[in-house]
Every structure is written in C-alpha cells, then in structure tokens.
Design a protein around this ligand. Structure first.
Ligand code: UDX
Length: 463
C-alpha cells in the first residue's frame, strides 16, 4: 500500500519503519528540515534500540520529505503523528494537528484516502479533524470532498525503548472509524502483523507464545477512548503499588514480595507493579490530565485517575523527604543522581522524575551531580538553567557525595562496580528510587541502603 506518515517522532518514525518492513511504500513528512536531512543520511533523530538497523534494511521503501505534495496524493493511508504537547489546563495543544490536517487536505487526490489520527488526541478529535479536512479541502479544491477521504483512529500502545517490538508484536490492534471502507483498508494494511506472516527482523525475534494478534475494529469515539482508558489504567496500577509500598514500609513488609504475590493473580497481572519514583514520559501524565479535562467538559469527576496523579507527584517529593530523614540537613550536601531519562533505553526527558527531584534538591541548597548513559547531552540542551553538574563519568557522581539516588533503572547502574565507588563517598548512602538494586549486596559492600519506604538498612559490617 502507499502510506504517508506526517511527523517523524517516536510514534511516526516507528510506524513508518515497521510498515515499510511489512512491504508498504512509506513517505515520511516532517517540516523540520534538519530531521529530514538526518533521516536521508540514514540516521535517526531519536534514540530507540534497533531502529537504525531496521531503517537501513527498509531504506528502499522509505522516502523522507518536507513536502506534502510528495507523500499525500494517491496515498491509501495518511497517518498524522505530530506532537500534541500539554497546555496549562491539562488539555493537549492541537495546533500542529490542525496545521497537518489542513496541509493533508490540500494535497488529497486519487481514490479514498484514510486519514488516521495516530497522535494521542482528546475524544472527539476524529470529528474535529474530519471538519478541518472538509473545510480545507473545499477551500483549496473548490468543491466538496465526496468520498475522497475518511477519518479513522488507530491508537498506538508502544513503549519507548521497546517501540519496534511493541509495533511488530502488539497485544492488539485497535482501529476505529464510522466508515466501514476505511476499517477494511486499515485491517488490510496491518494484515502482516495481525496474522504474523512476516519474517521477524534478526534483532527482533518474535515472542514464542505469540499467535494471531486480536483486532478491535470499532467506532471512532470508542477507539479514541481505548487509548486513554488503557494508559490511565497502567498509570494507576503504578500509583497503586506505590501506595501499597508506603504501607509495606510502615508495617515492615517487603513490597517486592507483595507485588509478586499480588501480580501472580491472573486477573491482576504482574506487569506495571514495580514501585519507585513513579511514572514519567510523554503519555501517562499528559493522558491522565487530558482524560480528567475531557470528563470535566461532561461534568464528570474522575477521582480514581486524579488520585493516581497525586500519588505519582508525591513519589518525587518523597525522595527529598527520605534524604532529609537520613541526612537531616540538605543544604550544602552533595547528592548524585543516577539517571535522567524517564525510564531506561530512551533519551526522552519529558516529565522525567529526575528533573523535579533535581529541582527540589537544588531549592533546598544541595549540590547536585547528574549522570545518564544516553540522555545527558539532551538534558544539557533542554534544561540549560538547572544549576547542576552534569557528568559523563559515573565516578564524579559518587565522588565526595553524601548520597546517591538511582532515579532511572538503567542496566548500567544495576551492573555497576558498586564496591569501586564506595570509598570516594563522604557518606555511603544509596537511595534506590526504583527498587532495582540488591539490598543484600549493597549493605554487604558497606552501603547504607534506602528505598522510598521503610527504615534504612545499615551496612552489614556496622550492623
Ligand atoms: C506508555 C505505555 O506503556 C504505552 O502503551 C503508551 O502508548 C505510551 O505510554 P512509555 O511512556 O514509553 O509507554 O513507557 P512505559 O514503559 O509504559 O513506562 C512509563 C513510566 O512508568 C516510566 O517512567 C516507568 O519507569 C514507569 N513505571 C513503569 C513504573 O514506575 N513502574 C512500573 O511497574 C512500570
């Protein structure tokens, strides 16, 4: 099929590369010339495992351009995957979506084109995009767009860092439209994924247990709401375990064991029950806020979703409270933060807990040293005003530090030579913000080990 993808961010680029891998001809449009130049040169403007190799493999079926006239005319499907940043009132800013839809409408030509909202948009945006396309089409072409296009929603559920895997081997594909022909086009487009008929890329083997992928083919509003309902549920699962972690700490229970014992109930499931500093990233914070904002338009409160948001924010301030418990005075202390990205295997810093934690500690007069194996340079560009010391050398984080906090559970930190760094610390305190380290191992080495809940575990030698 002939496919056009507007926007070359995490979602747009992953979708493009995977569809090209399935054999479709894909044109990627982005107004940012630098991004397009980078992509034409065979590089990716985002950090995502394996995407460079796959891009190289499917290069012959991919075109990169800043020009809508190259990709839209004659396309069977146009995906709009532009950014929808959060506004002050919690609702997403749809200006880029509007601009993209207007440009698409100007260049529509040929038979039916299915225009798909791939960006996470408020419920009802499908109708809104439809109206924009109609108006812009009529303005530009001088007649009504009869049968020229249909709007559909096809939410993505990919996790950054696992984006290609999640796209090629999804738990389900959701498509929504009020036009049956466009649903048929989309199920045809995804046939290779639905019946898993493609040969897996060598770097991304197919999970052994994966059979046919379920398709949820529904109306526009339902597809739009699935995205919010799924993300909010995952977000509240994380906040729930963080709330349980607090009581586990208070009663002397081990939250890891509680999470395991709880998650093995098949009705609950063990994933997304990892306690810690909470969620960040481009989706959970924004989507839960947008869901609350949409509900408010219908005079509906969402107390459960709101509570999940509050708990998540509290986890960030808890880091400071825990350090205060231990160090008593934060002013003048040197605190090292390991990890800036909102999770491992991405350089994405959007709504990253590390930014709030560093800011809160700086406000209390701490000296901060920051490290991230991938996101450090990006952090420097995006947070130039944060008066912290950014370093590429892990030893700098430990050197003379009063505490080191693990904010992101990068595998590099799990496998660190922790014994090597201990002697250079002023006070050997580790706050494991992700419950990802072995308390036994660290205390054996001589560290004082702390999580966001429960008493600190003293070093073995001093115990
Ligand atoms: C998420 C959804 O998983 C995906 O389906 C949706 O399309 C976009 O949002 P992403 O934001 O890339 O994906 O990351 P995810 O792996 O879901 O993690 C989100 C945040 O939650 C991270 O900060 C992670 O560290 C945190 N998290 C996750 C926990 O704190 N505990 C967990 O058990 C799981």
């Amino acid at each position: 099929m002939k496919v056009c993808v507007v926007g070359t961010g995490y979602v747009g680029l992953t979708t493009s590369v995977c569809l090209a891998y399935l054999g479709h001809d894909v044109t990627c449009i982005d107004l940012d010339e630098r991004k397009i130049d980078t992509l034409r040169a065979g590089h990716t403007p985002i950090y995502e495992p394996f995407i460079d190799q796959l891009l190289e493999q499917v290069a012959a079926r991919l075109t990169f351009t800043t020009d809508y006239a190259v990709g839209v005319p004659g396309a069977d499907v146009v995906f709009i995957a532009v950014q929808t940043p959060q506004l002050g009132n919690g609702s997403p800013d749809l200006q880029y979506l509007r601009a993209a839809a207007e440009s698409v409408a100007q260049h529509l030509a040929g038979g039916l084109t299915v225009v798909v909202n791939k960006s996470t948009v408020p419920i009802g945006s499908g109708n809104w995009v439809d109206a924009i396309l109609r108006e812009a089409y009529e303005r530009h072409h001088g007649h009504r767009p009869d049968g020229q296009f249909a709007v559909a929603s096809n939410p993505e559920f990919l996790r950054e860092g696992n984006a290609l895997h999640d796209t090629l081997y999804p738990d389900r594909i959701v498509i929504g439209s009020d036009n049956q022909a466009s649903l048929d086009v989309l199920s045809q487009l995804y046939r290779g994924i639905l019946n898993q008929s493609f040969t897996p890329p060598t770097s991304l083997p197919r999970p052994a247990a994966l059979g046919a992928v379920p398709l949820v083919s529904t109306d526009l509003a339902s597809a739009e709401l699935v995205k919010y309902a799924a993300n909010a549920f995952l977000a509240l699962k994380i906040s729930y375990i963080n709330e349980i972690a607090a009581i586990a700490g208070a009663v002397g229970a081990d939250v890891a064991e509680v999470a395991r014992g709880t998650g093995l109930d098949a009705r609950i499931g063990s994933r997304f029950l990892q306690p810690g500093v909470g969620w960040g990233g481009s989706c959970f914070g924004k989507d839960t806020a947008a869901l609350v904002a949409t509900a408010a338009e219908y005079n509906l409160a969402m107390p459960i979703v709101n509570a999940a948001r509050e708990v998540n924010q509290r986890q960030r301030t808890r880091v400071v409270d825990r350090l205060l418990d231990e160090l008593r005075i934060i002013k003048g202390r040197k605190i090292g933060l390991l990890g800036l990205a909102f999770k491992p295997d991405t350089d994405d810093l959007r709504d990253s807990p590390a930014i709030d934690i560093a800011t809160l500690l700086l406000e209390r007069g701490a000296r901060i040293s920051l490290h991230d194996p991938v996101a450090a340079d990006r952090f420097q560009r995006e947070q130039p005003d944060l008066a912290a010391h950014l370093t590429h050398r892990i030893e700098d984080v430990f050197d003379d530090a009063d505490a080191v906090v693990v904010v992101t559970d990068w595998s590099q930190y799990l496998d660190l030579d922790w014994d090597k760094f201990l002697p250079s610390m002023r006070c050997p305190l580790v706050l494991d913000g992700r419950h990802c380290l072995s308390a036994d191992r660290l205390t054996e080495l001589g560290y004082r080990y702390l999580t966001l809940t429960g008493p600190a575990i003293p070093p073995r030698s001093n115990a």
